[in-house]
Write a protein that binds this ligand. Sequence first.
Ligand code: HOZ
Length: 431
Amino acid sequence: MFDLIGMNASETLFARAQQLIPGGVNSPVRAFRSVGGTPFFTQRAQGAHLTTADDVDLIDFVCTWGPAIHGHNDPDVRAAIARALENGTSFGTPNPYEVDMAELIVELVPSVEKVRMCNSGTEATMSAIRLARGYTGRDKIIKFAGCYHGHVDSLLVKAGSGALTLGNPDSAGIPASFAAETIVLDYNDADALRRTFAAQGAEIAAIIVEPYPANCGLILPDPGYLELLRELCTQNDSVLIFDEVMTGFRVAAGGVQALVGITPDLTALGKIIGGGLPVGAFGGRAAIMDHLAPLGPVYQAGTLSGNPLAMAAGIAALKKLKATQPYDRLEKMGRTLRDALLGAAKSKGLPLQVPQVGSMYALFFSEQPVRNYGDATASQTAHFNQLFKYALDHGVYLPPSAYETCFISTAHEGADIEQAAEILAAGIRAI
Ligand code: HOZ
């Protein structure tokens, strides 16, 4: 696989990949379509750094789209995988790791009394929606424009992430009758939410929301907005689903729900809980979770669900978070970057917003704070694209889209964060 390392290796690999894999990538967000250029191929990753197939070293703020909170190739996670590997790769029966993982999730995530493991964030949100519908006997769901909950049919409506980046927020291939069950509202629009529940409350199975939307840049809730979601769901017997695939274990060990003290009925998880291996989970109130097969009538399954290697990796990652509690350190790094970016923009006279919470941040070249999808898509993505190119040329990898969130790991602490802040600030001044 690595025969080609050296000059123009990424271009050569990409040319081969394009002949065989649609667009040359196995997930559209990896293509550089919106920022331009050829995506690089990675030969190895260590700490805060990626090394490309062309032997270029990059400080990485994608962190494999979120999971690598301890940095890449963390020794504790790697050792746990190696130990588990001694005993086999998949059993198709219950295994002890699943119980340890369930105990950790239930201990750390306030709303979760019972949890079911699956293999991706998409499976987690898809299953949570099905469970909410089965539990309530209702069909309609509310989602918010710009939120992305994986590539679930009924949720690929006004979706963020790659769907928005590539101009397909309403994907082809989804029957109008499926999309008709999805009510799309603007995030942070309290009146629209109240009106919708007043008109259709008895039909609404669930609200699904990224409590901090992180697939349309990063958007933070207005004061009282998440409380309103909780209140309306409780009043109308609808299920409140927090999609914490991005924010779970990242903004706090217990996710946004622990930070803000709001308890959803169900929570979708992924990314960090797999320690870099493929994983997802959904959990919540036992009274709802017990509607799942084999106890109840809502079917959900998976050959590799609770896979021992993924469980071992995830358990190691979660135990390390519990033991090290890195959230204050991550917040400090986030602020260092945010202050450097805002300072550079001010000196250049460029309007810039940098929403940041702990180790998550985004850049919007915009006069106004970004409160929703419309504000995000009105920002100057051309400026972001210029910054992306400058950063990449100078050894810093940002996500290849203005509509993604940047992630920091504990491994960035020290020289990497200082160096990256200088490079990004210089990139802003060069716009
Ligand atoms: N949830 C990821 C960030 N938006 C996307 C990962 C992917 O689609 O490959």
